[in-house]
Design a protein around this ligand. Structure first.
Ligand code: FAD
Length: 358
């Protein structure tokens, strides 16, 4: 078993949006170990821009070592937890005094930053060399990718196919309508209530059949289906009874896993009924960082900060200038919300939060 020095041992499982900020914020207060299957933090919402402009990924894919200067990084997946340690897929046991679970969504991406940058180059080549492209899935990923391609490659024929009755089902119908109108105005063909049979084009015919019997001729496709939660690994652990029906970890108002005094959970994996957004994952990280600093300094549990869910904002970018934004009482689209998100996709801001040059 590995253990640290005299400082309390803090293990953060998952180096995504939430876990990376937490690890960075607590690194000088505890003996921190960050465990992630990849050696970098990816600013997830920049990934579609990276496909049309691979050099953008230089700033949005960040080595964990760049911001975690005083912590240990273990590049591996965690597969089990006991009351005192975590077990990685390579069989390493890492002891903890405090544990934070931040495994968000499962995304089978490459292990190193270099491999990830090469992957974006390859995806860009695929876009460049295609005349016609099918995008499968009309959630935020499919809509943002269609927007990026329609903006940077207006000569390409893009077809977006979604099996649900409307785009962007995670937010309201008004926002979805505005996105649909924007895409159609950019000549993106949007087909709703149809599923694409990806096997139908595997014979090299480049004809994609849909569930309603339509055929779409296209040079290539991108699958933009929603990613599953990365919580299946908890099913056989001491936390199996802390998962709700959809596989989210049930937490108390301090973001501790319910019934556990030294295990916290943050980000998309938590069962808090709110929109799952990165800026909210950051808020979780800051609350838990505060609570951990208090506990590490010997403070009383009763003095811990509570997490109060607020009303959420959702922003979906539509190319480089436009976006659709859903606020609690209104929905707007065009260049005003575009100014907020679409030019830099919050990359500079996120880098600054991580203590890096924007
Ligand atoms: C297209 C798109 C656009 C978006 N736009 C925005 C936006 O504009 N603004 C916004 O605020 N949010 C946006 N979001 C949402 C945002 O990306 C998520 O809410 C955020 O990534 C959640 O952070 P997280 O840390 O909980 O999970 P993730 O970022 O999913 O990170 C999970 C981490 O856990 C790791 N992991 C998984 N399993 C294991 C394991 N077994 N052991 C160890 N590590 C593991 C993964 O490698 C990963 O590093 C967008 C999402 C998408 C898909």
């Amino acid at each position: 078993m590995e253990s640290g020095g005299e400082k309390k041992r803090m293990v953060v499982v998952g180096g995504g949006i939430a876990g990376s900020l937490l690890a960075k914020s607590i690194q000088f207060n505890a003996d921190v170990t960050l465990i992630d299957p990849k050696d970098y933090l990816e600013i997830t919402w920049a990934s579609l821009r990276n496909m049309v402009e691979p050099s953008f990924a230089e700033r949005s894919v960040i080595n964990h070592r760049d911001y975690l200067t005083n912590g240990r990084i273990v590049t591996s997946a965690v597969i089990d937890i006991t009351d005192t340690e975590v077990l990685t897929s390579e069989g390493r046991r890492i002891a903890y005094d405090y544990l934070v679970i931040a495994t968000g969504h499962r995304d089978p991406v490459p292990k190193t930053k270099t491999e990830r940058l090469n992957q974006y180059q390859a995806e860009n080549q695929k876009i460049q060399s295609a005349y016609s492209i099918v995008i499968v899935g009309g959630g935020p990923t499919g809509v943002e990718l269609a927007g990026e391609i329609a903006t940077d490659f207006p000569e390409k024929k893009v077809t977006l196919v979604h099996k649900g009755p409307r785009l962007l089902e995670f937010i309201g119908a008004k926002a979805a309508d505005k996105a649909l109108r924007w895409l159609r105005s950019r000549k993106v063909e949007v087909k709703l209530e149809q599923a694409v049979d990806l096997n139908s084009a595997s014979d090299g015919s480049q004809v994609y059949k849909t569930s309603t019997g339509e055929s779409i001729k296209a040079d290539c496709h991108f699958l933009c289906a929603g990613k599953p939660l990365a919580s299946a690994w908890l099913n056989e652990t001491i936390l199996k009874t802390n998962l709700d029906k959809s596989g989210r970890l049930m937490v108390d108002e301090y973001l501790r896993v319910k019934g556990r005094s030294n295990i916290f959970a943050i980000g998309d994996i938590t069962d808090i009924p709110e929109l799952k957004q990165g800026y909210i994952a950051h808020k979780h990280a800051m609350v838990v960082a505060r609570n951990l600093k208090l506990l590490l300094a010997g403070g009383k549990e009763s003095k811990m900060s509570k997490y109060e869910p607020g009303s959420a904002i959702a922003l979906v970018s539509l190319g480089r200038k436009d976006a659709v934004a859903q606020f609690p009482f209104t929905t707007i689209s065009g260049c005003v919300p575009g100014l907020v998100k679409s030019r830099d996709l919050f990359v500079g801001r996120t880098r600054k939060q991580m203590g890096l040059q924007p």
